[in-house]
Design a protein around this ligand. Structure first.
Ligand SMILES: Cc1cc2nc3c(=O)[nH]c(=O)nc-3n(C[C@H](O)[C@H](O)[C@H](O)COP(=O)(O)O)c2cc1C
Length: 312
């Protein structure tokens, strides 16, 4: 068992927002999905105040070691989520984390207040990869904008508040510190890295309907590791680490870098049961690691004398 901000979890692997459609998976796999749900908690895709259709197609580009998505956060909007999605997600049998985003503090406040009123939701995640309507900068790219947002919405909920940081900033640790100092209970990172792809043919036409998108998958794993380690050095609140995790060894690395939980995103498109597999792999690695530590501690170490070994 593990926990996040007092929420008990069966293991440390959850999903990254927007990368596992639990409602569609339930339709496809029926109750088997609930009996063997791949994650110890479920994070919803981003919910906005009003419904969004998302970006025009194409919405995905397969990069060399990952994908660039320009999905554009299609969702039913707050009312649609509360009435249609949330009752179905509540049947999954794991704690629910609802991810919300707004382009003003007022919009985020309305989302947080409405979600706070629902007992089915264990925690709220703020997606702050959204342009500030006044400055044009992503709210999560600027410590002062993020601090103002968290200050405005923190008093509106007693549920754990997780701030999902953007990697598209000069100093992610400074943004994490701003979130912590205004009362965030945890931070999660990394979201996708801004990226583009051109259509084949050399005409310089962007492939994605939304022109630019976000890169995810193995290509961003080492960036995620560096950013998580940088944030862990500066904050005391728990970190949900993600970015390119496709095996238990990657999850183990993110935990070693300072994460409390690990989220799996892009890998679930390749293997819908990735969460279960990665949790199993992680557990075996942790058991192997602790038994080898015990061995090292209990057995006298053989010291190799390099000089005498060389001269033999
Ligand atoms: C297709 C797709 C949709 C995503 N949708 C969201 C979203 O709605 N909200 C959000 O906060 N992050 C979203 N993300 C970002 C992921 O949750 C995650 O932070 C990122 O993909 C890095 O993890 P990964 O490399 O394991 O995919 C999305 C990522 C992908 C690939």
């Amino acid at each position: 068992m593990t926990e996040l901000c007092g929420i008990a979890l069966a293991h440390p692997i959850i999903n990254g927002s927007g990368t596992f459609d639990a409602i569609a998976a339930r339709r496809a796999f029926g109750d088997a999905l609930v009996e063997r749900f791949p994650f110890s908690a479920f994070v919803s895709k981003t919910i906005t105040l009003l419904p969004r259709a998302g970006n025009p197609p194409p919405r995905l580009w397969e990069a060399q070691a990952g994908i660039i998505n320009s999905i554009g956060l299609p969702n039913r909007g707050l009312q649609g989520y509360l009435e249609h999605d949330l009752p179905q997600l509540a049947e999954l049998g794991v704690p629910l984390i609802t991810n919300v985003m707004g382009s003003t503090a007022g919009e985020v406040a309305q989302l947080v207040e409405a979600i706070d009123a629902r007992d089915e939701v264990a925690a709220i995640e703020l997606n702050v990869s959204c342009p500030n309507v006044e400055t044009g900068l992503d709210i999560g790219a600027d410590p002062a904008s993020l601090a103002a947002l968290v200050r405005a919405v923190r008093p509106l909920t007693g549920k754990p508040l997780v701030v999902k940081l953007t990697p598209n900033t000069a100093d992610v640790a400074a943004v994490a510190v701003a979130a912590e100092s205004e009362g965030a209970d945890a931070v999660s990172l990394i979201n996708t890295l801004r990226a583009s792809a051109l259509a084949p043919g050399g005409e310089g036409r962007f492939w994605l309907g939304g022109q630019s998108g976000g890169l995810s998958g193995p290509a961003i794993r080492s960036i995620a590791l560096a950013q998580i380690a940088a944030v862990a050095r500066r904050v005391a609140i728990p970190i949900v680490g993600m970015g390119g995790v496709s095996h238990g060894t990657h999850a183990l690395d993110l935990l070693a870098a300072g994460a409390t939980l690990v989220a799996v995103g892009t890998e679930s498109f390749r293997d819908p049961a990735a969460g279960t597999r990665i949790a199993r792999e992680l557990k075996s690695l942790q058991i192997a690691g602790s038994s080898s530590t015990t061995l090292q501690e209990s057995e006298p170490q053989v010291q190799v004398d390099v000089k005498s070994a060389d001269s033999r």
